[in-house]
Design a protein around this ligand. Structure first.
Ligand code: PGA
Length: 268
């Protein structure tokens, strides 16, 4: 069974003190042993990265940043560079979230520069792509997100793309008032992204789903073979919520693994 990713991006939430409490609480609630079949991650704001790194300690939780600039240093007031992030020992960097694209004028071209810079510094880029409500209504969802994937990865070698993660996050599904994608709807877009990644020579890049994931829909989404992980916002902003979601998904996937067909193939 390939690794299943479960992570949360905190957006502009949580102080240092709140981060320490969250991580301590999460550590206490995580299942005793998180098997190698799972990769868990949290993406706090920049100001809480040091506290999060310290609080995570040896727990099996990866740490990510929400954005970074592509330049090493320079006259970019208010920005954060990869060398600055290196000091926190981050594993991942989230790039191209639709809120960054919409409110901070990020483009496919600047996201491409950021992906390259992240890879140069040994971070695993978590590329976020998403379709708008208009694109969805016009039946252009898959085309829109595949375009974003291709532009973000333009000029990269296969081996570099293989070090990335992609998150499909329909813009219409994210946040308050968002409508979660139905599993079969998400499936179509995930399959299209997987096909594009295969064409780019990187067939094993995991594609996570994000957008109003919660305790009610997480299991159905996680049961879709083309969905390799869940990227969660609000439902994981309490350690209790995140831990419950992780436990539920793990329990549901255990059942998938022990279907008669898999049991048969396991015994050859
Ligand atoms: P949400 O956010 O789960 O609160 O909808 C998802 C995201 O923006 O990544």
């Amino acid at each position: 069974m390939s690794t299943f990713w479960i992570g949360t991006g905190w957006k502009m939430n949580k102080t240092v003190a709140e981060t320490r409490r969250y991580v301590a609480d999460l550590r206490a609630r995580l299942p005793g042993e998180v098997s190698a079949d799972y990769a868990l991650f949290i993406i706090p704001p920049f100001t809480a990265l040091a506290a999060a790194r310290e609080a995570i300690g040896a727990a099996p939780v990866l740490l990510g940043a929400q954005n970074m600039h592509w330049a090493e240093a320079g006259a970019y007031t208010g920005e954060i560079s990869a060398p600055m992030l290196e000091e926190f020992g981050i594993d991942l960097v989230e790039l191209g979230h639709s809120e960054r694209r919409e409110y901070f004028a990020e483009t496919d071209a600047t996201i491409n520069l950021k992906v390259k810079a992240a890879l140069r510094h040994g971070f695993r880029p978590l590329l976020c792509v998403g379709d708008s409500a208009e694109e969805r209504a016009a039946g252009a969802s898959a085309a829109a997100v595949v375009r974003q994937v291709r532009l973000a990865f333009a000029g990269l070698a296969k081996g570099e793309i293989n070090r990335c993660l992609v998150a499909y996050e329909p813009i219409w599904a994210i946040g308050e008032g968002g409508v979660p994608a139905r599993p079969e709807e998400a499936r179509c877009v995930h399959v299209a992204i997987h096909v594009a990644l295969k064409e780019l020579g990187a067939p094993s890049v995991p594609v996570l789903y994000g957008g109003s994931v919660n305790l009610d829909n997480a299991m159905a989404l996680a049961g879709e073979p083309a969905i390799d992980g869940l990227f969660v916002g609000r439902a994981a902003w309490s350690a209790e919520g995140f831990a419950s979601l992780i436990s539920k998904v793990m329990a549901a996937r255990k059942n998938i693994r022990s279907t008669p067909a898999e049991a048969m193939s396991a015994i050859g």
